[in-house]
Design a protein around this ligand. Structure first.
Ligand code: MLC
Ligand code: AMP
Length: 519
């Protein structure tokens, strides 16, 4: 019987020499491929021993560590559904995700066990484990008693492997359901398209990836981890991004992936030079628009051309600039700044006008996509899912763009009201909802404005109820007490009125224009 379990494909790509180093952490720990195999087997056996029903979700909110990655791989191996949660989420946010996903298992840090377990048990979760970033916690204690042999659970390509929550422009967050097949097809395509190699490189074993992104979103969890594992490549593992240390690691690495903010921060380091990057084969950027200034400056400072690609939680990667001139992809040799490159080989992409017409080359419209990487739908939201797909099966991304005569895709904006700050998505509707509930607030609008470090940040504009005095600092402090820190607007203004059109709708474009020079 064939097994389409994503873990099996990743495991099959481990190098023959299981004693070779698979992961080297920033603070000097080394994990061999055998260590990864054994550790994922032990955690998978622990999950099996809990007798969970098929399709059970394993929700995880822990600091980044190799063991957190092991937990992800073990969940796949055991055939359950992984649900990663941003460590910045606070109790109201976690309460929603756990209530909505009804996970059978929740794993959190020891420090958060009190409040997280309370939420989890209330929602019917049976098992709450802890996992800390120093290799302690009940999960590993329990797994230590398990066998280090495990046969990966049989899964079909269409079976669920992960749920990623993505906030909505209206209403609550939606859980994007990704299958084993979605992720494996994307990983295989990218291995080929980005020219991953198992030979040459700093230690003769091929590519080495510097992993410096968080592992609760598509970029760090799927694109980076699957990319390295499906090629049997070593990772240099950084618990937290640090520009100086990333640059120092480049001497023994070949591939780096980051959101634009990471590139901006490295450009501020004098140690970023041609010499420091001479070993590197490929710099990849995505999750947010890469400014052409960053693209050009990087080229001048390092001699390397950043490869920008575009993706989403619902679809993993959709388009990419080319890695190199490749005969199979005629005419696709140049990485063009300001574009996100070509639809990946098995992705079909179309640009649609407001009237639903497919637009010709050069015209701007809504981007729709189809392919084996496109998700199965939103968790327990059939109507929402139906709304976001066309009758012929294209997914409406909510991004606005165009395709030029050579086939390069450019994202020019978004039809969804979304701010992307340092690679994290912030939905104004969610923040406005919180502000509007505050005492003395009549109304509010949150808009994204340009920021030199985060690319874009939120600014809140608030109207007080008649006869009430509101303090911007107090509004921000109250938000901070309830929401993940990256969602907090960087500035707040209390004003007399908001600009409106004839229909009475707030004109956010005018607010964005008014506050564009703030940072
Ligand atoms: C931190 N802060 C942010 C922020 N990150 N504010 C806005 N946007 C962000 N992204 C807050 C902090 O809480 C702090 O607030 C203040 O801003 C300064 O923080 P910092 O110390 O400068 O931040 P740092 O911890 O260094 O984190 C910055 C960062 C991080 C860029 C390293 O945000 C990051 O890792 N971003 C990557 C996100 C990512 O992986 N996205 C991929 C999504 S997948 P205070 O008040 O506490 O001082 C996806 C699909 C695809 O989109 O295509 O890939
Ligand atoms: P998420 O919901 O976190 O997966 O974010 C996906 C969104 O990030 C996409 O819909 C785009 O709006 C944006 N995005 C990802 N990559 C790029 C890119 N290279 N350029 C511009 N926007 C991007």
């Amino acid at each position: 019987m064939t097994n389409d379990n994503l873990f099996s494909a990743l495991r099959a790509a481990f190098p023959a020499d299981l004693n070779a180093v698979a992961i080297e952490t920033d603070d000097g720990l080394k994990y061999s491929w055998r260590d990864l195999d054994r550790a994922t087997a032990m955690v998978a056996n622990l999950l099996h021993s809990l007798n969970l029903p098929d399709g059970s979700r394993v929700a995880v909110q822990v600091e980044k560590s190799v063991e957190a990655m092991v937990l992800y791989l073990a969940t796949l191996r055991a055939g359950y559904v992984f649900l990663p949660l941003n460590t910045a989420y606070q109790s109201a946010e976690i309460e929603y995700f756990i209530g909505n996903a009804e996970p059978a298992v929740v794993v959190c840090s020891g420090a958060n066990f009190g409040w997280v377990s309370k939420i989890a048990f209330k929602a019917g979760t049976q098992h709450v484990f802890t996992l800390n970033d120093d290799r302690t916690g009940s999960l590993l204690e329990r797994a230590a008693h398990q066998s280090d042999q495990h046969q990966a659970a049989i899964r079909k390509a269409d079976d669920l492997a992960a749920i990623l929550y993505t906030s909505g422009t209206t209403g609550r967050s939606k859980g994007a359901m990704l299958t084993h097949g979605n992720m494996l097809s994307n990983a295989r395509t990218l291995k080929d398209y980005w020219g991953w190699t198992s030979t040459g490189g700093p230690d003769g074993r091929g590519d080495v990836l510097i992993h410096a992104l968080p592992i609760f979103h598509v970029h760090g969890l799927f694109v980076a981890i699957h990319g390295a594992l499906i090629n049997g490549s070593k990772m240099i593992w950084m618990a937290k991004f640090d520009p100086k240390r990333v640059i120092a690691h480049m001497a023994k690495a070949t591939v780096f992936m980051g959101v634009p903010t990471l590139y901006v921060r490295m450009l501020s380091e004098p140690s970023l030079t041609k010499a420091a990057t001479q070993n590197m084969r490929l710099f990849i950027a995505g999750s947010a628009p890469l400014l052409i200034e960053t693209f050009t400056e990087w080229q001048q400072r390092t001699g390397h051309t950043i490869l920008e690609r575009y993706g989403m939680s619902e679809t993993a990667m959709l388009t990419s600039n080319p890695y190199a001139a490749d005969k199979r992809y005629a005419n696709q040799s140049e990485r063009r700044g300001g574009t996100v490159g070509f639809p990946l080989p098995d992705v079909s992409l179309q640009v649609i006008g407001e009237d639903g017409r497919k637009l010709p080359v050069g015209e701007i419209g809504g981007i729709q996509v189809k392919g084996p990487n496109v998700f199965k739908g939103y968790w327990r939201m059939p109507e929402k899912t139906a709304e976001e797909f066309t009758v012929d099966g294209y997914f409406k991304t909510g991004d606005v763009g165009k395709v030029d005569e050579r086939g390069y895709v450019t994202i020019v904006g978004r039809s969804k009201d979304l701010i992307i700050s340092g690679g994290y998505n912030v939905y104004p509707a969610e923040i406005e909802g919180y502000i509007n509930e505050m005492k003395g607030v009549s109304e509010s609008a949150v808009v994204g404005v340009q920021h030199p470090d985060f690319g874009e940040v939120g600014v809140a504009v608030v109207i007080a109820k008649l006869g009430t005095a509101l303090k911007p600092e107090a509004i921000l402090a109250e938000l901070k007490a309830n929401l993940a820190n990256f969602k907090i607007p960087k500035r707040c203004f209390v004003v007399a009125e908001l600009p409106r059109n004839t229909m009475g709708k707030v004109q956010k474009n005018l607010l964005r224009e008014q506050y564009k020079g703030l940072f």
